[in-house]
Design a protein around this ligand. Structure first.
Ligand code: 5GP
Ligand code: MG
Ligand code: MG
Length: 187
């Protein structure tokens, strides 16, 4: 049984994604060329894992990678409320430039929590780099720290999407493209 048969429509193909990620990587590289210290790229597990790998592969400057986990979504498509850090960083980010890498910003609750968390750990700046952005669903404006910037790949229409790291009930993360499931599979 192929996962492709579960997909109703594809929003972004593997090629379109690769082009966008390379553009984002150039933009970030240009901004960080002046940085005095190696930045810390923090992936928000699990959804950002494809995006993080593809992004940092382009970087030519020294940098560290770490992961953090925040829970707000359970096994459905509806947020369970205020997110909490459920698995913290290994690295010390005090006085470091942090780039939070996310799969998708929806209400903004998760990133707001994580930006505040990095700030409380003394990061000198916090940027956000999200693969997808659903601005129409925003409940809380994502605040940055210091001279941090907001980078985003694509603006996403208000669908629940899967693939390129993003799941429904922990499945479909390994699809190399982003799509929408047929309604009978959102169960
Ligand atoms: P927020 O806290 O901004 O409401 O939600 C952020 C998290 O919800 C994302 O990191 C992602 O894990 C999940 N999420 C939001 N929208 C979608 C979507 O369309 N598809 C999937 N698979 N996850 C989503
Ligand atoms: Mg996420
Ligand atoms: Mg999820």
């Amino acid at each position: 049984m192929s996962m492709d048969s579960h997909i109703e429509s594809i929003l972004w193909t593997q090629n379109e994604i690769a082009t966008k990620v390379s553009e984002l990587a150039s933009e970030i590289s240009a901004d960080l060329a002046e940085a005095s210290e190696p930045p810390v790229v923090v992936g928000v597990a699990t959804g950002a894992f494809f995006f993080l790998v593809d992004l940092v592969r382009h970087f030519k400057f020294p940098m560290s990678v770490d992961f953090i986990r925040a829970e707000s979504y359970g096994f459905g498509t509806v947020s369970s409320g205020i997110p909490k850090v459920s698995s913290d960083l290994k690295l010390n980010v005090a006085d470091k430039h942090v780039i939070l890498v996310e799969d998708i910003v929806d209400t903004g609750n998760t990133l707001s929590c994580l930006v505040a968390h990095m700030e409380s750990k003394g990061a000198s700046s916090v940027s956000v780099c999200t693969f997808l952005d659903k601005p129409s669903r925003r409940k809380i404006q994502v605040r940055l720290v210091g001279n941090g910037k907001f980078y985003r790949g694509f603006e996403c229409p208000d669908y629940f999407v899967v693939g390129y790291g993003m799941d429904f009930a922990e499945l479909y993360r390994n699809l190399p493209y982003v799509g929408v499931l047929k309604p009978e599979h959102y169960k």
